[in-house]
Design a protein around this ligand. Structure first.
Ligand SMILES: [Ca+2]
Ligand SMILES: [Ca+2]
Length: 598
């Protein structure tokens, strides 16, 4: 989500409807007990966190059942120090309670919301994410049952010789609540869907057709959605040396309107054609703001990986489609190898863009997926070389980073090398992952066990941390980081200072007024959408054009170094994001399989 449109907020001030009901935050007192609102699997670690807004001594806690009978405890509450708005925190560990049921936690005369223990608490969670992706579809959109940008996409811009040429690129997903579309986020999202299905197929159902309308079609919905992404990426790579990277730009932000009547004007009239940007290997930006692009490889590697994984996934389902994907995977990988460097997204009127600075991670993933597909050893050797260039995703252990500076937020390539490689290669990439996890954990000495930097899209970092920890645990059997892996998921589903599940429609208390024109004007719940999540107060205060449009129901929890607002005006913490949503698919699918007693 790259925003910054002042007009958006001005418009909201006059048109914001009354918020839908429900979701009142807990904490009539100054003590809140935060829990994972999906629940806890029977044999998993189980921890709730107390956030006390004033210093408060809490010695013990217990769990009660529906009849208010104590079923666990009293046990000691572990004091864990201050964090953000919490003057002090306590960790309440009830891992020893394994009996399925619905309970409440009682501590300091405060009773929590219901706590569910069951093996199937993640059932349907990964599938729920797909609802948001269907809602975000461009081309034919099943929510509107209408075409979106079908005839407007797009006119080639910023090309040395072919600027002004029409190239058909309708399709894909809108990136967030604006209607820009990026090859880099789409390719990563598609990859996450394909990996999630490959490793955890049981987590996904078949209730929708290829076009996103209700009705089974014999294909798991996660593959329907992945194919939607792949079909668009193929359009975005129409010729061997023409790699398209971005559709539309931030001139989209001028108007706050629905995608079916988008009235953005890119110089061809309101609601007219949209620009499509190629990778050029040079800094891009049609106006005063420029990115710092240096090559093609960051985008080419991601396309290669998605195409190669797609070829594997569709071999038995549609061999012609699979063969085409395999051919495009090899071509785009070669283009990336010939043009090392990053292909960043292009800013227009606003200064914001995806400032991706790493590309070896992307080429590593592309190379190892091509090795898996073709068994050509040169690809595997290249993957190992790229892996050695960036063993640890650089945000891990840092206090801050630029917007999407290290993307994707975890490196799928190491896991794929582990799957395909020798024992020595397996040990090497497991150690790479361990170093990254250790760096984050070193910063996680707080009651919530969270060690990420609270930059824009912090929820993506948590999803990626949990995914990398899941990979590492699968690869090594080492559960050293399991407490932190669980804490990251618990945070995303409500164990955070605000008590908010960050996925719309999942849990008891989730965002009701996301930064989305579709949600606002159609009164539509964007089920499955992961919002950006809390950011450092300084980031919130310095972004352009943010104004809250309603009173802050979480004001008492927004007094610390990080803030979150369930407010349609806050594009920094409360905007659902396509790539972040898909980024959560793998780890939720893996938890589903955990329900089967793995
Ligand atoms: Ca289906
Ligand atoms: Ca990268």
């Amino acid at each position: 989500m790259i925003r910054g449109g002042l007009l958006v907020v001005v418009f909201c001030l006059s048109c914001h409807p009354p918020p839908p009901g429900g979701g009142s935050p807990q904490a009539a007192t100054d003590v809140a007990i935060r829990v994972n609102q999906l629940g806890y699997q029977s044999n998993a670690p189980k921890v709730a966190v107390v956030c006390a807004l004033a210093p408060r001594a809490i010695t013990s806690f217990r769990l009660v059942d529906a009849r208010n009978r104590t079923v666990f405890g009293p046990r000691p509450a572990d004091a864990a120090g201050p964090f953000g708005p919490c003057a002090t925190t306590y960790r309440l560990d009830f891992s020893a309670l394994g009996r399925a049921g619905v309970y409440r936690i009682v501590a300091a005369d405060v009773t929590s919301s219901p706590v569910r223990i069951a093996d199937d608490v993640y059932r349907g969670a990964a599938d729920s994410l797909l609802a948001y992706l269907r809602e975000q579809r461009s081309g034919y959109n099943p929510v509107f049952r209408d075409s979106v940008h079908q005839r407007s996409d797009g006119i080639l811009v910023d090309h040395p010789t072919r600027t002004g040429e029409f190239i058909p690129v309708a399709g894909g997903w809108a990136d967030a609540s604006d209607y820009l579309q990026y090859g880099t986020t789409t390719a990563h999202a598609t990859t996450m869907l394909l990996l999630a299905y490959r490793d955890h197929p049981d987590a996904f159902a078949d209730r929708f057709q290829a076009n996103g309308l209700p009705g089974a079609n014999g294909t798991p919905d996660v593959l329907d959605e992945a194919r939607w992404g792949l079909a668009w990426l193929l359009k975005m790579y129409p010729e061997d040396d023409l790699l398209l990277n971005q559709l539309a730009d931030d001139r989209d932000h001028t108007f706050w309107d629905l995608p079916v009547n988008d009235s953005a004007d890119y110089g061809w009239g309101r609601g007219g054609k949209r620009p499509v940007y190629p990778c050029t290997g040079k800094p891009q930006g049609l106006f005063e703001n420029k990115n710092r692009s240096t090559g093609f490889a960051s985008t080419a590697g991601k396309y290669a990986a998605a195409f190669a994984l797609g070829a594997e996934a569709f071999t038995g389902r549609d061999s012609a489609f699979a063969r085409r994907l395999a051919g495009r995977a090899q071509a785009v990988y070669a283009l990336g190898a010939a043009h090392p460097g990053v292909c960043q997204t292009a800013p227009a009127r606003s200064p914001y863009f995806y400032e991706e600075d790493n590309w070896a991670d992307d080429m590593e993933l592309g190379a190892v997926e091509l090795y898996t597909l073709t068994r050509e050893s040169t690809y595997f050797a290249a993957a190992l070389q790229y892996a050695a260039q960036e063993p640890v995703t650089p945000w891990m252990g840092q206090d801050t980073a630029r917007h999407y500076q290290w993307f994707p937020w975890h490196n799928n390539g190491h896991y794929e090398i582990w799957r395909a490689g020798s024992d020595s290669a397996k040990r090497l990439v497991a150690e790479y992952y361990r170093r990254g996890l250790e760096a984050v954990v070193k910063r996680a000495h707080n009651g919530f066990r969270i060690g990420i930097p609270f930059i824009w899209c912090s929820n993506n970092l948590l999803a990626s941390f949990a995914t990398q920890a899941t990979f590492y645990r699968t690869m090594t059997g080492d559960s050293t980081y399991l407490e932190y892996e669980n804490a990251a998921l618990d945070w995303l589903f409500g164990t955070n200072p605000w008590g908010v599940s960050m996925v719309i429609g999942l849990g008891d208390n989730y965002p009701r007024t996301p930064h989305s024109v579709v949600a606002q004007q159609l009164h539509l719940q964007l089920t499955g959408g992961l919002v950006d999540g809390p950011v450092y107060r300084a980031i919130f205060q310095n972004l352009r054009g943010i104004r809250l449009v309603e009173s802050d129901e979480y004001a008492q929890f927004n007094t610390g170094f990080i803030v979150y607002h369930d407010d349609v005006g806050d594009y920094s913490t409360n905007e659902p994001i396509m790539d972040g949503t898909a980024n959560l698919a793998y780890v939720l699918a893996a938890r589903f399989r955990g329900a089967r007693g793995r």
